[in-house]
Ligand binder design. Structure first.
Ligand SMILES: Nc1nc2c(ncn2[C@@H]2O[C@H](COP(=O)(O)OP(=O)(O)OP(=O)(O)O)[C@@H](O)[C@H]2O)c(=O)[nH]1
Ligand SMILES: [Zn+2]
Length: 351
């Protein structure tokens, strides 16, 4: 194995070691994926080298490495296998396939950026928290534009009170001290990602975190030894603090995929109440003995949170139905195809 300290600086965690067998512990080289185009990946090695590695053409899309993944190389430098992800961020795939599509691997902390101006929406934040929790990623709410808020302190407190986050920070990304406010999560080897609506200050914040050395667009300026600079594309790049910023085009928008675990965690208070309702299948509407409604009436549960929980649950049900329907359609098609083939065979047999 390579130098453990160098690996740790790249985001390696010792719990990955449990995935290696004895031979691999001796000879295999872990490398991290900094970018991918589906056919090849750009990898970072502990020795500091960076290069492209082709993927076998037969690689199934679901097995393709993602930005942030750890791969094991054989001693000769060939790809051996991908290590199981510690965490992931997934979103709903575009098009007809509604399933969750992972887009980033091994992210430690997701910064969910939300403006304290008109952008402020605890329900949208809860959606991001569900996504993070589903993939076991820590989530920190970053509240921007305090200068445009009527009562930023009150807004911060209301977010602080929500379950499912790992911290709330208010900052103005245009100010020099913005990076310092996030320092607890920007430690050496930590991998962070940033999501949030358009215009909330993500790019401004990324430029601030990068200290002006790296653009927020993923372009890394790299010396080529001849005194001038070339730009290589990368979705994972180092910040001056020693942390890694993972940022891919399109990743910043929110489309929640299958996330029942995440939902259960972010709304654990409501789910706990729901277990106390008189009826097992209580819809928490007009039923007698409903503990959820009782909590709302007693002022212990924000009706907004209840509405959002219902909404996200319904969405999850729709996703599940769509998947079942797709499988059904698939089966129908194959049944039909078999029938056509049989008819054809019969006809050929007869003629
Ligand atoms: N008043 C105020 N303006 C801010 C603050 N943070 C960012 N801005 C401004 O808001 C505008 C949008 O900021 P961006 O960093 O481009 O936002 P973004 O989230 O990257 O937006 P997209 O690229 O569309 O996703 C810029 O003009 C920033 O200067 C803040 O805390 N207060
Ligand atoms: Zn109920």
């Amino acid at each position: 194995m390579d130098d453990q300290n160098a690996l740790a600086r790249m985001g390696w965690h010792n719990d990955f070691l449990t995935q290696l067998d004895l031979e691999e512990l001796e000879t295999a080289r872990p490398v991290r994926v900094a970018d991918t185009d589906g056919r090849s990946v750009r990898i970072l090695e502990a020795a500091g080298d960076e290069r492209r590695l082709g993927l076998p053409p037969s690689t199934h899309p679901a097995d393709r490495p993602l930005v942030g993944d750890w791969l094991l190389l054989d001693p000769d430098g060939g790809l051996r296998r991908r290590l199981e992800r510690r965490t992931h961020l997934a979103r709903r795939a575009a098009g007809t396939a509604e399933r969750a599509q992972p887009m980033a691997a091994n992210v430690d902390t997701l910064f969910v950026v939300m403006g304290l101006d008109g952008d402020f929406s605890p329900s949208r934040l809860e959606r991001y928290l569900v996504m993070a929790r589903e993939g076991e990623v820590d989530a920190v709410a970053v509240l921007t534009k305090p200068d445009l808020a009527k009562d930023p302190e009150n807004a911060r407190r209301s977010i602080e009170a929500l379950p499912g986050h790992d911290g709330v920070v208010t900052l103005d990304p245009r100010h020099d001290d913005a990076a310092a406010a996030l320092a607890p999560w920007l430690t050496s080897g930590a991998t962070v990602a940033v999501m949030g609506s358009s215009g909330v200050g993500k790019s401004t914040l990324l430029n601030r975190l990068a200290g002006g050395e790296v653009e927020a667009t993923g372009g890394v300026r790299k010396g080529d030894g001849k005194g001038h600079h070339t730009t290589t594309h990368r979705a994972l790049y180092p910040l001056p603090s020693g942390a890694w910023l993972l940022d891919t085009p399109g990743m910043r928008e929110l489309r929640l995929g299958e996330a029942t675990e995440g939902l259960a965690e972010v709304f654990e208070d409501i789910e706990r109440l729901a277990r106390q309702c008189r009826f097992r299948d209580c819809a928490h509407e007009q039923e007698p003995g409903c503990a959820v409604r009782a909590a709302v009436e007693a002022g212990d549960l924000d009706p907004r949170r209840l509405r959002n929980w219902h909404k996200l649950l319904r969405e999850q049900q729709r996703l599940a139905e769509t998947e079942a329907e797709q499988r059904e359609r698939h089966r129908d098609f194959h049944r039909y195809a078999r029938k056509v083939m049989r008819t054809k065979r019969d006809q050929t047999g007869r003629s």
